[in-house]
Design a protein around this ligand. Structure first.
Ligand SMILES: [Fe+2]
Length: 366
């Protein structure tokens, strides 16, 4: 399987991972062919690209860190929690009961992903953004929860701590339901006063969860702290270093990373490698440096299945990543330095002594 950016999609390609529409219904199932009319639709929905199956990538396996079904259920559940929390049509009691029910499902799903991620604890995250524009917040919340728990597992947190972390992470932006919708959904850069309004969401979410529902203290403190920065330049309280809860420090990194690799109406996505560079460059400044080191071990800057170009001019598909050398993957080489197709062969940038000077120079550029 390999990842093909939306611009590289052509009719007849075979879908490697099912795609869903904005109502979370199946749009294209695994194994089906892409029809020309779908190419435009895929782009319109906001997909950056699609996983496809073909001969050249048949021996490249992409391990899912959590399965699609759980991911889609989590997206729907967090969406339900937010929608019912902000609905004014029913009585307060009715709304609270509904949200409580949905929160119970969210809690069960978080417990499930903690189990899954503990089982898959040696698997690196190969996260390529597959969000639609419409449900950005919910997709983002689930990605932040998965990334946060992966970091938590890497740090060695116990099951209860991971559960508290995952729950805080999936609800981290809940407070946005109390911010003016026009500000939250504004498709361009916020003005200073709009930004001040937006900044209130971490405190709103914290208060709402603390005062209304049965949520572990560590989880809602994480919600409060998710925009605090390690050097004290964050909000709402400008706390720094260890005064920021561990959960808050973890969610902060996961939140920034996932936002950077997402297409937004006002800016295109960064590549995973560029987002990783940003996170690492800010270790000890915006982010806790020890957590950024764990992050760099667990999240692949060149996800499996993506095209990369090497400094020797060759092009290949990433086949495997290594925790201890995240910039030096195993690669299936398919084009030579003049762009000609060659008999595919695997090379290992981590172990091959002859390739010590070769680096990855570009990703997904073909
Ligand atoms: Fe936030």
């Amino acid at each position: 399987m390999r990842f093909v950016p939306a611009d590289g999609l052509v009719e007849g390609m075979v879908i490697g991972k099912s795609l869903y529409d904005k109502n979370h219904n199946l749009l294209l199932s695994k194994g089906s062919n892409i029809h020309s009319t779908y190419v435009e639709r895929i782009k319109r929905l906001g997909y950056q690209g699609v996983y496809i199956d073909d001969e050249i990538s048949a021996d490249i396996e992409i391990k899912d860190i959590i399965n699609d079904e759980i991911r889609m259920k989590m997206i729907q559940t967090v969406k339900d929690v937010c929608i019912h929390s902000s609905q004014g049509s029913k009585s307060k009691k009715q709304n609270k009961d509904l949200v409580e029910k949905k929160l119970d499902t969210t809690k069960q799903l978080i417990a499930t992903i903690v189990e899954q991620l503990l089982i898959n604890k040696d698997t690196m995250v190969n996260l390529i953004d597959l969000k639609f524009f419409d449900d950005y917040t919910y997709f983002h919340s689930v990605n932040v929860a998965v990334l946060s728990v992966v970091i938590g597992v890497g740090i060695g947190l116990d099951k209860e701590e991971l559960y508290n972390l995952g729950l805080g992470a999936i609800l981290h932006d809940m407070g946005k339901i109390f911010v003016d919708k026009d500000v939250v959904n504004k498709p361009s850069k916020l003005t200073d006063s709009e930004y001040e309004e937006m900044k209130k969401h971490s405190e709103f979410g914290y208060k709402y969860l603390k005062e209304t529902y049965q949520i572990p203290t560590a989880s809602y403190i994480g919600v409060l702290h998710h925009h605090e920065k390690y050097d004290g330049t964050g909000y709402p309280s400008n706390v720094s270093k260890d005064s920021i809860s561990l959960i808050g420090r973890i969610i902060c990194i996961a939140d920034v990373y996932d936002a950077l690799i997402s297409n937004r109406p006002y800016r295109p996505a960064l590549l995973p490698s560029e987002a990783m560079e940003y996170i690492m460059a800010n270790g000890g400044l915006m982010f806790d440096v020890n957590i950024t080191k764990v992050f760099a071990r667990k999240v692949a800057p060149f996800p499996v299945g993506t095209y990369i170009k090497l400094s020797n001019g060759y092009t290949g598909i990433v086949a495997e990543n290594y925790e201890e050398a995240c910039m030096r993957p195993r690669v299936k080489i398919i084009l030579d330095d003049e762009g000609n197709k060659i008999m595919p062969r695997f090379i290992d940038l981590k172990d091959d002594r002859n390739l010590r000077s070769v680096t990855v120079t570009a990703i997904n550029n073909i």
